[in-house]
Write a protein that binds this ligand. Structure first.
Ligand code: TRP
Length: 464
């Protein structure tokens, strides 16, 4: 006899857990850096449109699929597609999602491990010592990522925390962690944002983010904005679907989806305001990729009064955000074993957590520690190494393809009667809302996502 399916304690529990999944390294690391690369203003505006027109409709679709089926992705498509065109084949979409969760977690938790190390260094004072010597941060970071033992250790510690969150189940584990960490995260970020308003770079940061210059917009930035909307909202692999399967039947799906997207977006924008205010104050260039969070930002913190406190609270903030995201990734993989293989939650969490950690060793050693793993480039030279290859594969292929088929399934394969039946509950009389969602999920979202996939294949474009 399987244990009864877990449920959130209520509307707030679901929203906090799903917002915890959405808010992560995507908001605090990826978004500031791609915003900088794409010249701010116009890119931010396109990103906001992508969240509204593609992200929110697909988020609502995933919640519908989860709550209707009361199952994680593989079981959900099996159950809902029964007797519909495509039938069992739709389960492939569930397997794609579980694999994406496995792959993303195996490298995401390595970057998350860095935040633990930096928090520790900020508290112990060693970060302050290297941050004030020119070039020392870059040198430290380079050596650190190439230190295989340190990477495996950081990854292992973060996986332990993640397993700890998922092990205790939906309410006592996932929801509890989100209930504690999300308010703390918001408080730390708000405190940093208030601080940012007092810096000389603040007006320039605001102008950079909110004064669009459309001549700087390229096709590439539009694709990047749409792709990022997927990653930052945790869409395309059934994470929100799985969380939706624990949602009460009396709550409004559109309202929850809207709330999650708004929280995620506000946090991404606040993170940009904090980082750019500080960066513009000292007029520093922003380095690409991992650099902004682990080499540019610490150098700047220690130029400010109270630098070590700012640095410590900042890395704790990033670690918190990452943890509620890694928890959602592990939950997708574990709930597959629970729902489809009949495992207990404890067995599923420990086994899957261990499997992902062991697989993640390949990533840990591919940042310089092992020449072969760091050099393999099956998908092209720009994604050399296991870590970069998997990130590219997951975020450029698995998530957009997953999202496209989720939109097609919910908009075209499922009947309007079924989708309306889910949306109707908890939001009585919202027929207009439903009609708007249906147009977006049938046309706008699949066309936009289809355009991304088309351009990656035929025009060789990439977004990250
Ligand atoms: N959304 C998270 C971030 O921005 C990452 C994440 C968690 C994710 N779960 C996901 C991304 C599921 C895609 C799919 O950092």
């Amino acid at each position: 006899m399987a244990a009864p399916r877990g449920q959130w304690s209520g509307k707030l529990g679901f929203i906090l857990a799903a917002a915890g999944s959405a808010v992560g390294l995507g908001n605090l690391w990826k978004f500031p850096y791609i915003t900088y690369e794409n010249h701010g203003g116009a890119f931010v505006l396109v990103y906001l449109c992508a969240v509204a027109l593609v992200g929110i409709p697909i988020m609502i679709a995933e919640i519908i699929l989860g709550r209707r089926s009361q199952l994680s992705p593989v079981g959900a498509f099996g159950k809902l597609a029964k007797g519909l065109p495509g039938g069992k084949a739709w389960q492939g979409l569930g397997f794609l999602g579980v694999s994406a969760g496995f792959v993303i977690l195996s490298y995401y938790s390595i970057v998350a491990g860095w935040t633990l190390r930096y928090t520790w260094m900020a508290l112990s004072g060693s970060l302050g010592r290297i941050a004030t010597q020119p070039g020392a941060l870059d040198a430290f970071f380079g050596n650190y990522v190439a230190d295989g033992g340190a990477q495996i250790l950081g990854n292992g510690l973060f996986m332990l925390l993640t397993v700890g969150g998922v092990y205790f189940g939906v309410k006592a584990g996932i929801e509890r962690v989100a209930r504690i960490l999300m308010p703390l995260l918001v408080m730390i970020l708000l405190a940093l944002a208030v601080y940012a308003t007092t810096t000389a770079g603040f007006p320039r940061a605001v102008a950079f983010l909110f004064r669009p210059n459309f001549s700087e917009l390229t096709n590439h930035s539009i694709l990047e904005a749409v792709g990022h909307a997927f990653f930052t909202l945790s869409l395309g692999m059934g994470a929100i679907l799985t969380y939706g399967s624990y949602m009460g039947k009396t709550e409004s799906i559109p309202m929850a989806g809207l709330a999650i997207a708004i929280i995620d977006t506000i946090i991404a924008i606040l993170a940009c305001i904090v980082m750019f205010s500080i960066i513009f104050t000292f007029d520093m260039g922003v380095s690409k990729s991992a650099g902004i969070l682990f080499t540019t930002i610490p150098a700047v913190f220690y130029q400010l009064a109270g630098g070590s406190w700012i640095a410590a609270s900042f890395y704790v903030l990033v670690a918190f955000a990452a943890l509620t995201s890694t928890i959602s990734l592990l939950e997708v993989v574990s709930s597959y074993a629970i729902d489809e293989l009949g495992w207990s939650r404890h067995q599923a969490t420990l086994t899957m957590g261990l499997a992902i950690f062991v697989f993640g060793i390949l990533n840990a050693l591919s940042l310089g520690a092992n020449a072969t793993l760091s050099g393999v480039a099956p998908l092209g030279k720009t994604h050399a190494g296991v870590f970069n290859t998997l990130d590219y594969l997951a975020s450029n292929w698995m998530l957009p393809v997953g999202g496209l088929f989720i939109a097609i399934f919910t908009g075209w394969v499922m009947s309007a009667r079924d989708t309306w039946d889910e949306i109707r509950r908890g939001s009585e009389g919202s027929r207009t809302l439903y009609d708007v969602w249906r147009v977006l999920i049938r046309f706008t979202a699949p066309i936009a996502v289809g355009a991304i996939i088309f351009s990656i294949i035929f025009l060789g474009m990439e977004y990250q």
